[in-house]
Design a protein around this ligand. Structure first.
Ligand code: IVH
Length: 667
């Protein structure tokens, strides 16, 4: 291929990949299965490797994050990025409405939007290309974080509009990514982020864009900055235009004619807020017409035509009566506050992680204190502060032990970690947590073997190591409390069934550091047998897409341990399958009837578990989502299907029963 041909080919591939990307990340409606996307991406990477002079920053290959940078450059905002005045009550909203109406002396329409709890960013496009992304900074001068923003897949790298345009919005971290990130941080003994907003901000302020690329950030665009050619007369039309240009806008906005309607919208979201998959901290109310916005103008700090209603952060006061220590699967010792039960944001809270000793010192938390608690980002209970005026003098300071509370061996603080760790590989607490993980749903998924039963078996000395699960004896089990013939037989059957699990479940269950469920699947698909995986060296592992150096290193170290190899040989001897039984990469059918389809599962399933059905559909190129919408292609309805079924009927979505799914999968 010559340069000209490569140029044309690259252009075409980029356009196609940009389209796929938009369908997947913005519209949530992919038209092709993931492997088709991967295939095209591979072609583009290969071509760009052959013709490196054709690589441009707006190529879809550049989303994974390029080289680290030394510092962020400063960016001057041509149109200042202002913040908004706040309203904390209905009265504040009515006062705002009165000021607006007095200022305009005519009727007004408002647009209400969700106030996304992330950080404000500005994106500049020139000749249809994303050229610069910046933080708000002090409103006039921000920082150039283009390299990091480019990794957010819902940000288009190209748009179909040649005139220069600066758009603004909120970058954020979805709740699921936040929880996963913090879980990983705690596992590694690192300090978790206090809330999704800090996590998003922390990720975008990394000098190494590869880190941001892994953080699963997202964005909603809600406004326009500098835009010479802009002619649209209202904010609502601008939102529509942004959407048409390929930007991700939040769908939950509404036009309101009166402040009562606005208040109604606010109250609805106070209720519905927990259903969202991202954090919001209020509602933003904007005057719709641009000429009216201009007439109202600005105060020194904020526009007169908009206001942010802030939801009250629900807090509660309770007593901290003890601090408990727990040893996790990887040996990290975590202190947890035991609280007198108290209701916050919808649920009863009795425990709150205190993370580590530094945090306890910082907040000066003592046993017996009266404390204020809240749910950080409305998810995780957190001790906000101590009510010092309630102290009686009886409170006790807390110190982390120097020995493991479970096995007594000395705790260590690894370099650059805030956490204390027990490094005894035979520590019973770690073994027990490891077993609980091994049998859990995303791992070996052994029915009837939950946390309680593992604890019981562990206490009774029937299991210590993973292999012991497969050596359980019926007679011994029958001796245990609350274990009748039927439950013992069911348990043994479930254990037996689990022996046939595909490799990825075993891999995830083994608890190799940094190997989550998704990575386990990638490894299983790639290596197909545990023997091939345990022979792989660093180079072979890092050659696998999605396997980074840290993970590869951890896998190599893991399989270098003699006791690990003994365990695997023992599991094989006990009859466990150690091969991948899913659809092999090479066998994936492009013409599968599920390819590119968006599918929803509902009702009680009998022939499969939900997870199984989901995995099968996904390996065949389908996408499984949680709710029925116009984008849904197919609903699989098990027994007693409820509202999703009704919705699918209403939208004329194709509906199958479980048997039809089974037949299709068997084919
Ligand atoms: S409009 C001049 N709309 O809230 C108006 N802001 O203090 C600029 N935010 O800095 C903001 N969601 O970071 C607007 N739908 C939304 C928003 C939103 C979140 C943030 C933004 C801004 C702060 C307001």
């Amino acid at each position: 291929m010559n340069l000209e041909q490569a140029k044309a080919e690259i252009k075409q591939l980029r356009e196609l990949l940009n389209k796929y990307n938009h369908e997947y990340h913005v519209l949530d409606q992919p038209s092709v299965p993931d492997y088709e996307y991967d295939k095209k991406m591979r072609e583009l990477i290969d071509l760009e490797e052959a013709f490196p002079e054709l690589i441009t920053p707006d190529s879809p290959t550049q989303r994974v994050g390029g080289e680290p940078i030394d510092a962020f450059e400063k960016v001057q905002h041509t149109v200042p990025m202002l913040s908004l005045g706040n309203a904390f009550s209905e009265q504040d909203l009515r006062d705002f409405d009165r000021r607006v109406r007095e200022g305009l002396k005519e009727d007004v329409t408002y647009v209400c939007e969700l106030k996304i709890d992330g950080l404000a960013v500005s994106l500049t496009y020139e000749d249809g290309r994303f050229v610069q992304g910046a933080t708000r900074g002090d409103g006039n001068i921000g920082e150039d974080i283009t390299v990091n923003l480019r990794t957010i897949r819902s940000i288009p790298l190209q748009i179909k509009q040649q005139e220069a345009m600066e758009v603004r919005g909120e970058a954020y971290m979805p709740q699921k990514s936040f929880l996963a990130l913090n879980a990983a941080k705690e596992e590694n003994g690192e300090e978790p982020f206090a809330n999704p907003r800090n996590a998003a901000a922390g990720s975008l302020r990394q000098l190494d864009p590869k880190i941001a690329a892994k953080r699963n950030l997202d964005i909603f665009l809600y406004g326009v900055g500098q835009w010479e050619a802009g002619t649209l007369a209202s904010h609502s039309e601008r939102l529509q235009h942004l959407k048409e240009l390929g930007f991700k806008t939040n769908p939950e906005w509404r036009k309101c004619q009166t402040i009562e309607e606005v208040i109604d919208f606010v109250n609805q979201w106070v209720e519905k807020r927990p259903e969202l998959s991202y954090e919001i901290d209020g509602i933003v109310i904007k005057v719709d017409r641009i000429d009216q916005q201009e007439k109202l103008g600005f105060t020194a700090k904020s526009p007169r035509w908009a206001i942010a209603y802030k939801f009250p952060a629900e807090e509660a006061v309770t007593k901290l009566f003890d601090i408990e220590l727990s040893v996790g699967r990887t040996g990290v010792v975590t202190p947890t506050a035991l609280l007198e039960p108290v209701k916050v944001a919808g649920t009863t809270v009795q425990r709150a992680s205190l993370h580590n000793e530094d945090l306890i010192r910082e907040k000066d938390i003592r046993i017996g204190d009266t404390v204020v608690i809240k749910k950080a980002g409305d998810i995780i209970p957190e001790v906000v502060r101590v009510m010092e005026d309630q102290r009686t003098g009886e409170e006790e300071e807390f110190h982390m032990p120097t020995e493991c509370p479970a096995c007594g061996s000395g705790l260590v603080r690894l370099e650059e970690e805030v956490a204390l760790r027990c490094i005894n590989p035979n520590c019973p607490a770690q073994l027990k947590e490891g077993l609980i993980h091994f049998v859990s749903r995303n791992a070996m998924n052994i029915d009837g073997l939950g946390e309680k039963v593992i604890e019981q078996l562990f206490r009774e000395n029937l299991v210590h190591h993973i292999s012991d699960i497969y050596k359980l004896d019926r007679e011994e089990l029958l001796q245990l409390e609350r274990m009748g013939e039927k439950s013992v037989d069911n348990l043994l059957k479930a254990i037996d069934v689990s022996k046939g699990n595909s490799l990825e479940r075993l891999l995830f269950g083994l608890g190799i550091r940094y190997v989550g469920a998704k990575a386990a699947r990638t490894l299983a698909q790639e290596f197909e047998t545990i023997d091939r995986l345990r022979e792989a060296d660093l180079q072979r592992l890092t050659a696998v897409n999605e396997i980074g150096e840290k993970m590869a290193d951890s896998v190599v170290r893991y399989f270098a341990k003699p006791q690990v190899n003994e365990l695997i040989d023992e599991l094989k001897a006990l009859g466990l399958n150690t091969e991948y039984t899913g659809i092999r990469k090479s066998d994936q059918k492009e013409d599968s009837i599920f390819a590119g389809k968006t599918i929803v599962l509902t009702g009680k399933m009998e022939l499969f578990t939900r997870q199984e059905a989901k995995e099968k559909i996904e390996t065949l190129g389908g996408k499984v989502t949680g709710s029925v919408s116009a984008k849904t292609d197919l609903l699989i309805a098990g027994a007693d299907a409820g509202s999703k079924y009704d919705k699918a009927k209403e939208l004329d979505v194709e509906i199958w029963d479980e048997q039809q799914l089974k037949t299709a999968l068997d084919e």
